[in-house]
Design a protein around this ligand. Structure first.
Ligand code: PLP
Length: 455
């Protein structure tokens, strides 16, 4: 490969991989690795085309500010391009998005305005409405608006589509995509309608999004919520041409995350959560076929941004999406059970530096102290703070010197009501019986449990 002179020259020309470890029925299934774009997603492609089109049309002038509403990936793409071209960029991002994505965006020097993810289109704090009003307030600014920008689908019609067609030697029977802004579905749909009219466009939609029902039954249902990022809609964007779509699958978050993880385990590809939805739909489509077909789907972004979410068992358990066996007692409330190896502990002979580092690493504020499989104490942030405050050398003190040993052990069969008084005293519940230690229940674990019960 030739040496590139700008990161922008490295956008596109992404590899295509034929999957070999999934059951694809009579079909061959291929994934196009859009995760290999420099910003890590398919959105790099539209960022460069939309900004260059706005420059040509005189909508962005030197020293200007670009504004966009984005779940993250378009922001990363725009961040790349804006930095190379010397524009300021402000992004409005709903607060359900992965913290890692937001850190990545901020580290590019982009200004981030977080907004509510629990409000619908029309509300002033809905991310697109918020971005639009920012652009009206800020002089010399331009709202990119990927949701109604014709250069978004055009990118996929003139760039992504021809690339896929060439890689497949012109032989493609179905293309499976998701809809966020709908640029991908509209652009690829237009390209294939002209160049491979028998190629079926298949939509992969998160359960809760309105689009799968709209395609399959023509009915406009009320939007629910979903955890997969970047795809799924509660409205039909103005650039969206759903007539191009032949079939749609509605995929639950649980199935998407399981498939996302299977892709890494089986094929070595670390992909984002939307890929889990797309691949789940593509696999269902392939297995339903009676004739061999060549089916293509997208790895829309890299999974590195989701290590703390869909690749994290504790997060999945918090969302009620990890199939842990239910015990029907207090053990079901433990976020990091001892028997799964998820629990983080120290021993009484560890020092306070080790304890402090472990708390930071796993983002917890207390740890059980375990010697030979038995809980002998509990250590929290205040034990460390008061242990070292008067003498900073005392970070070398042993856990045994500062831990709390007056432990209130609760048996798994106790009621939830019985642990409340412990929380009133700012303690945690240690769940154990004569034989076993099962784990801790903290206040946030109980809040998570009560929240799940209301969903
Ligand atoms: C990560 C990601 N974001 C967004 C999309 C949807 O793209 P668009 O905004 O063009 O509808 C996809 C589609 O596969 C995707 O994988």
């Amino acid at each position: 490969m030739a040496i590139a002179n700008s990161v922008l020259d490295m956008i596109g020309n992404t590899p295509m991989l034929k999957l070999s470890h999934f059951d694809t029925g009579p079909c061959d299934l291929f994934v196009k690795l859009e995760s290999q774009n420099p910003g890590g997603s398919i959105k790099d492609r539209i960022a460069v085309v939309m900004i260059e089109a706005a420059e040509k049309e005189g909508k962005i002038k030197p020293g200007g500010t670009i504004i966009e509403a984005t779940a993250g990936n378009t922001g990363l793409g725009l961040g790349l391009v804006a930095a190379q071209k010397g524009y300021k960029l402000i992004l409005v991002i709903p607060d359900k998005m992965s913290p890692d994505k937001i850190r990545h965006i901020r580290a590019m020097g982009v200004e981030v305005r977080l907004t509510r993810s629990d409000v619908q289109k029309g509300h002033p704090e809905y991310y697109q409405n918020y971005a639009k009003s920012l652009a009206e307030e800020i002089p010399n600014s331009h709202y990119i608006d990927q949701f109604s920008n014709p250069n978004n689908p055009l990118t996929h019609e003139i760039d992504t589509g021809p690339e896929i067609f060439e890689q497949m030697d012109g032989r493609i029977d179905a293309m499976v995509v998701g809809v966020g802004s709908s640029g991908t579905v509209t652009g690829l749909g237009r390209f294939f309608k002209k160049n491979a009219p028998d190629c079926e466009m298949v939509l992969a939609d998160p359960r809760g999004s309105i689009l799968a029902d709209l395609i399959n039954t023509g009915e406009m249902t009320e939007a629910g919520s979903w955890l997969v990022e970047g795809i799924g809609e509660d409205f039909v964007p103005s650039i969206c041409d759903l007539d191009l779509v032949h079939k749609a699958y509605s995929i639950s978050d649980g199935e998407a995350f399981e498939t996302q993880r299977a892709l890494l385990e089986k094929e070595g590809i670390i992909a984002g959560s939307s890929t889990g939805t797309l691949l789940s739909a593509a696999l269902r489509y392939c297995r339903e076929q009676t004739e061999p077909k060549r089916v293509v789907t997208l790895v829309g972004d890299t999974g590195n941004k989701y290590l703390s979410k869909s690749f994290n068992d504790s997060w999945l358990a918090d969302q009620g999406l990890l199939n842990r066996e239910k015990s029907g007692d207090l053990r079901d409330l433990i976020a990091r059970p001892a028997d799964t190896g998820d629990i983080v502990t120290v021993t009484s002979s560890d020092n306070l530096v080790t304890t402090y580092k472990r708390m930071r690493m796993f983002d917890v504020s207390q740890l059980p102290v375990m010697d030979d499989g038995k809980v002998v104490g509990l250590i929290d942030e205040s034990d460390i703070l008061f242990g070292i405050y008067d003498d900073r050398e005392s970070f070398n003190k042993k856990v045994a010197d500062v831990m709390v040993t007056d432990l209130k052990i609760v048996t798994p069969s106790a009621s939830i009501d019985s642990i409340l008084p412990l929380f009133k005293q700012d303690k945690v519940a240690i769940i154990a019986d004569d034989e076993n230690f099962y784990g801790l229940i903290t206040q946030i674990d109980l809040i998570n449990h009560l929240r799940k019960a209301t969903l």
